[in-house]
Write a protein that binds this ligand. Structure first.
Ligand code: ZN
Length: 243
């Protein structure tokens, strides 16, 4: 089965539309790894696109924050003011949708969580040291995570050694070569690896391979909406920089 993997959309409708356009008709199912909202100007539209397409999603830290389940003090000043704006903007219907999102999901051949298996909502899996305890808790050979907005993979080989690295460009990872693999396919709506293009993944669970793809979207349009919504300048600027 072919899965489209999207994560960290962050209310960026233009980036989400572009990714969905690419995935539509190409994959059997699309899965979302959380942070549908926060930072960007279209939280309702993004929730509704996910709901209309029946895309299974888990909760990220931004969903928890909007619901008041995670202290806003956890976030920096700019993220916090965008979250206040999102709280006011989100419809009751979409708040209810967010409220029922699970913290993790397990599929036949892989599992998904926003942060890590140690702390599903808050932990940034940005180094091998952070990844190692999650390897021990994996119920499947493949774990997909989001949260850092960085395309990266970590592996545990059959000899017990660990490896991994950043995923640059369109790259295939062959899962069969490893005992266990953790993959982050990057962020749809706010990439932070220096490449401003939206990122998504395609997982072929039968062939045991996963690939990351990048696609341009109308960044200026998203930025214009953010300016009109009076969202913080640094959040607007970082979209062009991909940082
Ligand atoms: Zn995020």
């Amino acid at each position: 089965m072919l899965y489209g993997i999207i994560s960290d959309i962050h209310a960026n409708q233009e980036a989400l539309e572009e990714c969905l356009q690419r995935l539509k008709g190409k994959v059997d199912k699309i899965i979302c790894l959380g942070d549908i909202i926060g930072y960007g100007p279209n939280p309702n539209e993004c929730c509704e696109m996910i709901r209309e397409l029946n895309i299974p999603s888990i909760a990220g830290n931004h969903e928890k924050a909007v619901l008041g389940e995670l202290e806003l003090t956890w976030f920096n000043q700019n993220a916090r003011s965008a979250l206040h704006w999102t709280q006011k903007e989100l419809s009751e219907d979409n708040k209810n949708f967010i409220y029922q999102l699970p913290n993790a999901l397990v599929y036949e051949k892989f599992q998904i969580v926003h942060g890590s298996l140690i702390n599903p909502i808050e932990e940034y899996m940005d180094s091998l040291n952070v990844a190692i305890p999650s390897f021990e808790k994996m119920a499947k050979n493949l774990l997909l995570v989001g949260h850092t907005h960085m395309p990266i993979f970590f592996t545990r080989k059959t000899d017990g050694n660990y490896d991994g690295g950043a995923i640059t460009g369109d790259e295939n990872i062959y899962l069969g070569e490893y005992d266990r693999v953790i993959v982050n396919v990057g962020s749809v709506g706010q990439p932070r690896d220096g490449d401003p293009r939206a990122a998504y993944g395609i997982l072929n669970d039968e062939k045991a391979e996963i690939s990351v793809h990048r696609i341009s979207y109308d960044i200026a349009k998203t930025q214009e909406k953010m300016r009109n919504a009076l969202l913080p300048d640094s959040l607007i600027e970082r979209l062009s920089l991909g940082n």
